[in-house]
Design a protein around this ligand. Structure first.
Ligand SMILES: Nc1ncnc2c1ncn2[C@@H]1O[C@H](COP(=O)(O)OP(=O)(O)O[C@H]2O[C@H](CO)[C@@H](O)[C@H](O)[C@H]2O)[C@@H](O)[C@H]1O
Length: 631
């Protein structure tokens, strides 16, 4: 997650009002459209190139099921629909078909078992990260896998994200994305920026990468060793402008997505999208049938900058109120500080049609002063359109019976590989090889949210017991140094891996017996879901998505067979965490059948995107039932 924004520790007061109907820009919608056509040469031909652009229709040769495009009156593709088997091949061959056999295989597979949506949409994800192309945390995971699940259900799905070129091996991830030879001009920050689009069609999804020199630099998507990039507001403003243009100008597979689409704006980086729809497009008749949903993965980061930066957004001055934000007096830094700021996430919340968070528990927490980070009153005022949907996980990437990163595979039927993963992990990290010793793991960003301070104060006590503890993470320097120091003090018991390393995260998930997550708040949390799938028992703080997904073990339930998949403790104190860990460790040591029951129930749990995707569709439906919130 982004760490460059002001992390709001307080409850700032939002005072400004916003104006819903503003029609003051000089150009007309016609001229906007004409300009678009000129600059990008949009053609509605059904050309499919070998570069992987999406198809507009496809055929499942095995069973004869065909899928065709559904268009609105303007000819834009708004969805796909089945063609009855009886349609003859001549009709099909006039349409675009997939040339690339590999693509066909992926799509056939996707078409196979999954249930199809009754109503399909043109969906545009806007996100600062999408795995495998870019990932610093759970946002990347979700935006890398939910789009594929939705595409598998028949929706036309585009993901718009920056093309980060860092000058390192990770650049290869963008190698298959092809320059679409489509340039747009974005007016913001007092100038005009040339922005290009790259595209890869993979797993049924159009992955669109916004290209600009500001995305080409070493580091993470948000910063480098010296801290957060100073121009992040500018970089993500570009992303949002480009994402709003993409459905209009990119003839992916021969067709643009068109105006009737549904934008999913993820976190503050994409927060300008609903504001732009309302302020830049709708006043000129563009996107009047589109809808937008802001998806909150982490409310602590809101994209807050000084009020003087408002003019950088490329928005009409009249819309200042949508983003305007005033910090309370006590939070101001000096006597002349007026506390005035702009808050991108707030702008999204007052313009989006609906608001989603990544678990039900968190959707309630954000309406409270403790969890609302200053936005609780605003969120409460919109609570009729706030929903929580628990994240799913990529069950192909996180599968202990096929995982390419772990040394031995295992499954519910044969768990023997898990102990081999544990031994291999102990060996890899130089810990004594002791298959019976309880092995506790932690994976995550080393910051306040993840409760690192609680771990820090509890670890010396925990390590008095005969246990081993492995931590993987990067973030605040003080915590990284603490991990290094602990290694020196507890040579035979503690290992801290400082850095971001996906293969190691898989090996820790598979090799540990217990995964610790004492998060202060957790919108959903993915590691506990991965852990349960790998037969690793989560011990978590009962908050947000952790509380929703981890059920505390009760040995007496279900006629003595037991129920629960881990331990969820509260309140968040060092003592409670240690107590929960001790009960878990004791159960591991002395109650093997109970432990196997815990593993089994966790592994059987369905965490795939299938359920969540159906719930997302329900929310999409509601978004289109209501008129646009800001018209
Ligand atoms: N050092 C490291 N090396 C390798 N991999 C590492 C790593 N540190 C973290 N990861 C990986 O990053 C992801 C973290 O996902 P989480 O959901 O736990 O937290 P995050 O706070 O980033 O996400 C936010 O968004 C997600 C998605 O909605 C919510 O689940 C969550 O609650 C919210 O805070 C996992 O895939 C994890 O394995």
């Amino acid at each position: 997650m982004a760490m460059e924004t002001l992390l709001l520790q307080s409850s700032p007061i939002f005072t400004s009002k916003w104006t819903p109907h503003i029609k003051l820009l000089s150009s007309s919608s016609t001229s906007i459209k004409q300009h678009r056509r000129r600059s990008c040469n949009v053609v509605k031909l059904k050309a499919v190139s070998k570069d992987g652009s999406s198809s507009s229709s496809l055929r499942n040769s095995k069973d004869g099921v065909l899928l065709d495009t559904e268009k609105d009156e303007s000819g834009s593709v708004v969805g796909f629909r089945f063609i009855p088997q009886s349609l003859d091949d001549t009709e099909i061959s006039n349409d675009t078909s997939i040339n690339d056999k590999e693509e066909q295989a992926i799509m056939d597979d996707d078409l196979g078992d999954r249930r199809r949506a009754e109503v399909t949409y043109n969906i545009v994800f806007v996100t600062s990260e999408a795995a495998p192309y870019s990932k610093t945390g759970g946002l990347g995971d979700v935006c890398g896998s939910l789009p594929i699940a939705l595409a598998g259900r028949g929706h036309r799905v585009m993901v718009v994200s920056p093309r980060y070129i860092c000058g390192g091996p990770s650049d290869k991830k963008f190698a298959a994305a092809v320059d679409q030879d489509c340039r747009i001009k974005v007016s913001c920050s007092g100038g005009v920026q040339d922005v290009a689009f790259f595209h890869e069609y993979r797993a049924g999804v159009d992955w669109v990468f916004v290209d600009h020199p500001s995305f080409h630099r070493p580091g993470t998507p948000y910063g480098d060793a010296y801290g957060a990039f100073g121009d992040n507001q500018f970089r993500f403003t570009l992303l949002c402008h480009a994402a709003c243009e993409a459905p209009l100008v990119l003839p992916l597979g021969g067709y643009t997505y068109g105006e009737k689409c549904l934008f999913l704006a993820n976190d503050w980086h994409a927060g300008l999208v609903p504001v732009l729809l309302a302020a830049k497009y709708r006043p000129y008749g563009v996107y009047k049938d589109a809808r937008s949903i802001v998806v909150i993965h982490n409310l602590a980061h809101q994209g807050v900058e000084p009020a003087s930066t408002y003019s950088n957004f490329g928005l009409p001055p009249e819309w200042y109120g949508a983003l305007g934000w005033v910090f309370p007096t006590w939070a101001r830094t000096h006597a002349l500080d007026t506390g005035e700021a702009v808050n991108i996430l707030k702008g999204a919340l007052v313009t989006a049609d609906r608001i989603l968070t990544v678990s039900q528990g968190y959707s309630w927490e954000i309406t409270t002063p403790e969890g609302g980070y200053g936005l609780n009153e605003l969120l409460t005022s919109r609570k009729t359109v706030v929903n929580g949907i628990t994240n799913g996980i990529d069950v192909n990437e996180w599968n202990p019976s096929t995982d390419e990163h772990i040394p031995s595979h295992y499954s519910l039927d044969d768990l023997s590989g898990k102990i081999e993963c544990k031994i291999a992990l102990q060996k890899e990290l130089g810990l004594p090889i002791r298959p019976d010793c309880p092995l506790v793991g932690f994976i995550g960003r080393l910051d306040f949210q993840k409760g690192i301070d609680i771990i820090l104060s509890g670890t010396p006590d925990l390590l008095q017991d005969d246990v081993q503890f492995i931590m993987l993470g990067s973030g605040e320097k003080q915590y990284e140094e603490w991990m290094r120091a602990m290694e020196g003090t507890f040579k035979d018991k503690f290992r801290g891996w400082v850095g971001f390393n996906v293969p190691i995260s898989h090996r820790i998930t598979a090799g540990c017996d217990i995964l610790l997550m004492p998060s202060r708040f957790e919108p959903c949390g993915l590691n506990q879901l991965y852990a349960m799938r790998y037969g690793t028992i989560p011990v978590v703080h009962e908050t947000g998505g952790l509380g929703d997904t981890v059920k505390t073990f009760n040995p007496f339930a279900d006629e003595g067979r037991g129920e629960g998949t881990g331990w969820a403790f509260k309140p968040l104190t060092r003592e409670c965490m240690l107590d929960a860990l001790r009960v878990a460790i004791e159960t591991y040591r002395k109650h093997k059948p109970s432990w196997r029951g815990l593993m089994k129930r966790g592994m059987e749990r369905n965490s795939s995107w299938d359920n969540a995707a159906v719930q997302y569709e329900e929310v999409f439906k509601w978004a289109f039932i209501d008129p646009p919130y800001v018209s």
